[in-house]
Design a protein around this ligand. Structure first.
Ligand code: AMP
Length: 303
């Protein structure tokens, strides 16, 4: 099984409430996703960077077995940059700056061997770009997408097309509410399901999330952490664990989807424990399995 992801590969500037600023650290939806998913599946990346990206992040992803044949390096181009500031609760954040650079005009050409991937994740990126990737796939892969407030507000038409063609959506609560106009998370998820997808995961940050599938809502908590270093990429890491598990199990039936939320939660929690990808990229498969097992055990309530 092979898992294709398209999304942003970025340098992030992160400001935390203790007054610290981490400048131009490795980030991007595609980067977090592929690193998290690499513990569970074979990952293929479609993305773009400028020649300011350097070799170090490429080595890091390749060390995780991530296939970077589809990562275009534009000579003279500048890598996508995002900057954000976290509130005291380390959950709410504001976007301070967004510089698209080479991601702005990116016209992806999927390597021939990528087109047969059976699982596709359209990580947060321009919906037009997500559509271009879908158009190049052969067969009928399982396609799941994510988006962000920015595209709900600026590219709604293309985003509606993406949603109508997806099997699943992973989205956070604020975005789900903005997309549907519903203030209730379950109702928002149900409305999204009516736009096309068979299942919807609405993430609620430190409060976990809810999976909506087969007409039912399956809530799950977050892994309890006392210290959060940097929650950037937690959503993408959740998606990486979730999709990596579906890819590994070659299934998206209800039980597999429910179990996938356990792996998503485990990888998201690790992402929060380090700045940038520092903790996420330093894991072993054993640590991933252990946290998934510990979390699943927490969910079992004895009589
Ligand atoms: P998350 O914390 O899971 O929402 O993901 C944050 C990551 O998404 C950061 O590493 C950013 O580089 C990336 N990102 C932020 N805004 C955008 C955007 N408009 N398009 C694509 N990627 C973005």
């Amino acid at each position: 099984m092979s898992l294709l992801v398209v999304g942003s590969v970025a340098f992030d500037t992160i400001r935390t409430p203790d007054g610290k600023e981490y400048q131009d650290v490795l980030g991007g939806s595609c980067t977090y996703f592929s690193c998290a998913a690499s513990y569970l599946a074979d990952v293929r990346v479609v993305g773009v960077v400028g020649d300011d990206f350097g070799q170090e992040p490429i080595d890091l992803l390749e060390k995780h077995g991530v296939d970077l044949t589809g990562l275009e390096v534009v000579q003279g181009g500048r890598t996508f940059r995002w900057a954000g500031t976290y509130a005291e609760n380390m959950n709410d954040r504001t976007t301070d700056d967004l510089q698209f650079g080479v991601l702005g005009g990116f016209d992806p050409k999927l390597p021939e061997n990528y087109r047969d991937s059976d699982t596709v994740f359209l990580a947060c990126a321009q919906p037009e770009l997500q559509l271009k990737v879908m158009d190049q796939m052969r067969g009928s892969p399982l396609v799941v997408c994510d988006t962000i407030e920015f595209y709900i507000e600026t590219a709604r038409e293309a985003l509606d097309q993406v949603l109508s063609r997806c099997d699943g959506v992973i989205i956070n609560d604020g975005e789900a509410k903005l997309l549907t106009g519903e203030s209730n998370v379950i109702r928002a998820g149900e409305r999204i399901a009516k736009m096309g997808p068979r299942f919807v995961v609405v993430k609620k940050g430190e409060h976990g999330g809810v999976l909506l599938a087969e007409g039912q809502a399956w809530p799950f908590p977050a892994f309890p952490l006392t210290d959060v270093a940097d929650p950037t990429g937690a959503g993408d890491s959740f998606a990486g664990g979730f999709m990596g598990y579906l890819s590994r199990k070659k299934s998206s039936d209800l039980n597999t989807l429910r179990r996938a939320t356990v792996y998503g939660t485990a990888l998201a929690s690790y992402a929060c424990q380090g700045i940038s990808l520092n903790r996420l990229a330093a894991l072993s498969k054993v640590e991933v399995e252990k946290r998934a097992c510990d979390f699943a055990a927490m969910l079992r309530i004895p009589e």
